[in-house]
Design a protein around this ligand. Structure first.
Ligand SMILES: CC(C)(COP(=O)(O)OP(=O)(O)OC[C@H]1O[C@@H](n2cnc3c(N)ncnc32)[C@H](O)[C@@H]1OP(=O)(O)O)[C@@H](O)C(=O)NCCC(=O)NCCS
Length: 149
């Protein structure tokens, strides 16, 4: 039975290990206000997603599911948890950069935007300005879609 919930401080080493194991950057992770979600199976963390707050917008990053657990809706549930949180705390939109999962996010309503078209605080984030290379696709989920999630 998988539980999707906010990470406990004791989860953070496993969360970092999982993010690293799927090849996503850890630069700046946890250095700004961040809500970290985990998918827990027993005592094991099998998935994670993080929502950073930058100004009035959210930055979704570090969405990762253990290879053995993929294809069962865990990634979808983690992203949804982050979106619900974004709506709950009144963020205007959720932004992300991805090299590997553009179709996954497009299927959830995210729109491709120009890299220099994000809000200034989002573009100043470590993820946007340093961690993700030029090939990463910038995407945004509009506020209306968050409200409906
Ligand atoms: C992307 C990822 C989080 C998806 O996790 P998951 O638990 O397998 O996702 P789900 O089971 O919720 O999949 C939902 C749908 O997205 C599809 N999908 C999953 N990963 C995908 C990807 N990388 N590209 C395109 N589609 C993808 C699934 O086939 C599924 O489609 P369906 O509903 O039509 O069957 C997982 O593949 C992963 O950890 N990848 C490595 C890290 C990564 O790329 N993270 C995203 C960058 S922030």
């Amino acid at each position: 039975m998988i539980a999707i919930e906010s990470a406990r401080p004791s989860d953070l080493p496993a969360v970092r290990d999982l993010i690293e194991s799927v090849g996503l950057p850890l630069d700046g992770f946890g250095e700004v206000p961040t809500e970290v979600f985990v998918a827990r199976e027993g005592e094991s963390v099998v998935g994670t997603a993080s929502l950073e707050t930058h100004g009035g917008d959210g930055l979704l990053r570090s969405v990762a599911v253990d290879e053995l657990w993929r294809g069962d809706g865990i990634g979808d549930a983690l992203v949804r948890a982050a979106e619900v949180q974004a709506h709950r705390i009144g963020l205007a939109a959720v932004y992300l950069l991805t090299d590997t999962a553009g179709e996954f996010f497009a299927g959830r309503g995210y729109l491709v935007i120009d890299r220099d078209a994000g809000p200034v605080p989002i573009m100043a984030s470590i993820e946007w300005s340093v961690a993700c290379g030029e090939t990463a696709i910038p995407m945004m989920l509009p506020a209306a879609a968050i409200a409906n999630s």
